[in-house]
Design a protein around this ligand. Structure first.
Ligand code: GDD
Ligand code: MG
Length: 400
């Protein structure tokens, strides 16, 4: 892959946020033959072998809830072979057992690809028990099972990626129409880890375009509606602390992202769709050097956030306007309710929201549920119980 080096970098304490990087060639060749593996000042040429080496240590978590089988299959097809795939499904088990049907389709995919995919239902009782025994009961609902939501599925996937000894973890949504786009995201995750080889690297994708049909023709929109809001607000937050206006953040709520498992196990997770924005906020809270240091959080030399602009258009299932509004509110809620958020920014968020939602006057945003730092989970206990959960041959948890 040929990729430009980042042009800008914002620093806040131990946090480095690099500007968006463009990809110039999706495949720039391998180590041998006529491939150009040279580096120059502005472009890095990463041989395909190097990407595959990173992917050998990478788990890709695919969260699923009620998606069409053809879409899920297309997503699996796009994931490069060396990656360990983990499907976390929260599809209904009745009256029609959607999960069972998904599992059959995945088993079939594995037959043809000679791959082992870990398939787990979000409501698997044995994993819930392992989480409870490890002292992280906050993730469980009144029924004692992992709560519903994409973020909750992501936490489960992260723990399973650790159980399988992966070093990196990436996420791709299961409602993507283009296998080629999925393939590109995972290549870019690997490129990010190759360029920033640290213990705490976070790679986030910004789509180059999102096709829409407008007045009978295709229009390639640049920004999603919710990303406009979360990017602008995160940038205002950074500007407040640096004293310089910035537009560095382009991936406020990037669903497509990857990070080192080590970092993933040291973060808080906001529930549902606030999760991605909260990762930015939580990284700045923990390592930005603004809030007093928290003894319980592992100190890091630095946390590197790298943002890559993908080339494929991003086309996924359309889930309606109300869903987008909820997502904007959830994203802004985590910024608004952070101890970092200055009064001035709170006022601006509330005023913008009042305009957007046609409220009579600005009002605060209720906090969303935030799960405490995952380092509070006793990992050894979880891993021990996870082992037992797998040997129990439960139907909702298996390596197919
Ligand atoms: N395991 C699990 N559990 N998966 C879920 C759940 C759940 O409760 N709810 C949704 N999913 C899966 C969906 O099947 C899909 O694959 C993925 O999570 C994202 O859900 P969507 O409903 O398609 O979200 P979106 O497309 O509106 O938003 C996406 O992009 C945003 C950035 O624009 C998500 O990735 C957001 O998290 C992201 O911020
Ligand atoms: Mg979607």
């Amino acid at each position: 892959m040929k990729i430009e080096i980042p042009r800008e970098c914002e620093r806040l304490g131990a946090v480095q946020i690099y500007g968006l990087q463009k990809v110039y060639e999706l495949d720039s060749g391998g180590n041998s033959g006529r491939a150009d593996t040279s580096h120059n000042d502005v472009i890095r040429s990463i041989p395909s072998e190097a990407l595959y080496e990173r992917q050998k240590d990478m788990a890709i978590v695919v969260p699923v809830k009620n998606e069409r089988l053809k879409l899920i299959e297309g997503v699996l097809v796009g994931i490069p072979h060396p990656c360990q795939i983990i499907v976390v499904s929260n599809s209904p088990r009745g009256p029609v057992d959607r999960f069972h049907i998904e599992k059959e389709a995945i088993t079939n995919f594995c037959k043809f690809t000679n791959k082992k995919v870990l398939v787990v239902h979000q409501k698997d009782a044995a994993i819930a028990k392992a989480i409870e025994m490890a002292g992280y009961g906050e993730l469980l609902g009144e029924d004692g099972l992992v709560r519903s939501g994409k973020a909750e599925g992501m936490i489960m996937g992260t723990l399973l990626a650790r159980w399988l000894n992966n070093k990196y973890i990436g996420f791709v949504d299961s409602d993507n129409y283009f296998p080629g786009a999925v393939h590109e995201y995972v290549q870019e995750y690997a490129a990010g880890f190759e360029m920033f080889d640290t213990k705490s690297t976070f790679v986030r994708i910004s789509w180059n375009s999102k096709p829409k049909v407008m007045e009978n023709s295709l229009f390639f929109a640049k920004w999603g509606r919710s990303s406009v809001h979360s990017n602008k607000t995160l940038n205002l937050l950074l500007s407040h602390f640096s004293g310089y206006e910035t537009e560095v953040v382009k991936t406020g709520n990037a669903g497509e992202h990857a990070l080192t498992v080590d970092l993933a196990l040291n973060l808080e997770y906001a529930s549902g769709y606030a999760v991605e924005t909260h990762h930015y906020v939580n990284i700045i809270e923990s390592w930005g050097g603004i809030l007093p240091p928290n003894e319980e959080i592992v100190h890091r030399d630095k946390v590197t956030i790298c943002q890559i602009e993908s080339r494929n258009p991003h086309l996924h299932e359309s889930k309606g306007d109300e869903h987008v509004e909820d997502m904007i509110d959830a994203s802004l809620s985590v910024i608004y309710n952070s101890p970092l958020c200055p009064e001035l920014l709170k006022r601006e968020i509330a005023e913008d929201r009042a305009l957007r939602m046609r409220l009579e006057k600005p009002e605060g945003i209720a906090p969303v549920r935030v799960y405490s730092n995952l380092s509070n989970l006793k990992l050894d206990t979880f891993l021990e119980h996870c082992e037992a959960a797998f040997s129990s041959e439960s139907e909702s948890l298996s390596l197919v």
